[in-house]
Design a protein around this ligand. Structure first.
Ligand SMILES: NC(=O)c1ccc[n+]([C@@H]2O[C@H](COP(=O)([O-])OP(=O)(O)OC[C@H]3O[C@@H](n4cnc5c(N)ncnc54)[C@H](OP(=O)(O)O)[C@@H]3O)[C@@H](O)[C@H]2O)c1
Length: 273
């Protein structure tokens, strides 16, 4: 779905906020809050174009914002380049990139189909990195820009049953902190957001119900609001949720094997599904 964009001069592109994974959960909550707060052109990205189109209509009606929808599978190699081409073709330049799309699966690594593992790495790591790389030249030229990368509390220790997912989020956290340090001098803020368990479709997709982690869930709205506040404050890392905040500190005090074991306990299912 494409709506009429504001008038554009030949020299200046219109600044936009790109949100991946905006069709549900945390990404959808971020889209709603940014539409209310900022009025910048929003570009919503996910595979389910129908859900994005419905959200776009709602945000336009409620907040008078311009919303573009790009239905795309970011697990496909080359999808990040495709997305950037689609953004540019609309006369837009990315001022804010919200790298939120991601998934995990609660299973033993050896039992997971290789294609799911490859898709997870492509989405959680490769697409996120390629999008950040693609938006930086324009941001540097303007000496302004914001990148939010959604990591997880899974980033702070190894995660049995989420081996690749946890490692992918550790990558997101380390990558984001390094990028924040590199780009600060260029006026670009990079924020890694580390939510704990959050009430979204993530847990249906992961097969995470019946675990201890799934009992202590924060609402997606609260996670989105902490994430946006941290981005606006120029913080490089935010752990969302009161109970989760001390986690990185305590994990550093534990022997690594104990930290790994406790992460595994959190996602062990009470009953086999
Ligand atoms: N929920 C939690 O407990 C939790 C905790 C820590 C971190 N996180 C992270 O938070 C982020 C958002 O997840 P969520 O909890 O909001 O889960 P969610 O409700 O399942 O949302 C995931 C979003 O990613 C999109 N997506 C998935 N695969 C995609 C693909 N191949 N191409 C394009 N878009 C894709 C989905 O849209 P389509 O299906 O329409 O493509 C959806 O909009 C993820 O990075 C997740 O790892 C979640």
């Amino acid at each position: 779905m494409s709506q009429t964009l504001p008038a554009q001069t030949s020299s200046a592109k219109i600044l936009a906020t790109v949100i991946t994974g905006a069709s549900s959960g945390i990404g959808e909550a971020i889209a709603r809050q940014l539409a209310e707060q900022e009025k910048q052109v929003l570009v919503l990205v996910a595979r389910r174009g129908d859900k994005l189109a419905a959200l776009a209509t709602e945000l336009k009606t409620q907040h008078g914002v311009t919303v573009e929808v790009i239905a795309l599978d970011l697990e496909t190699p080359g999808a990040a380049q495709q997305l950037m081409a689609a953004v540019q073709a609309r006369g837009l330049s990315v001022d804010t990139l919200i790298n939120n799309a991601g998934f995990g699966i609660n299973d033993l690594f050896a039992d997971m189909p290789l294609e799911r593992i490859q898709g997870m790495m492509q989405l959680n790591i490769v697409a996120l990195t390629e999008l950040a790389h693609a938006v930086l030249p324009d941001m540097r030229a303007r000496r302004q820009g914001r990148i939010m990368n959604i990591a997880s509390v899974a980033a702070f220790q190894a995660c049995p049953r989420f081996a690749v997912y946890g490692a992918s989020k550790a990558y997101v956290l380390m990558f984001s902190e390094a990028l924040a340090a590199e780009e600060k001098r260029n006026g670009i803020h990079v924020t890694a957001v580390c939510p704990g368990a959050t009430r979204t479709a993530f847990h249906d997709i992961a097969g995470n119900h019946g675990t201890f982690a799934a009992k202590l869930m924060d609402p997606a709205d609260a996670v989105a609001s902490s994430a946006i506040n941290a981005l606006n404050a120029g913080r490089s890392v935010i752990v969302t949720g009161l109970l989760n905040k001390p986690l990185p500190f305590f994990i550093r005090l534990l022997p690594r094997a104990l930290a790994t074991w406790s992460a595994g306990i959190m996602v062990q299912r009470e009953k086999p599904v």
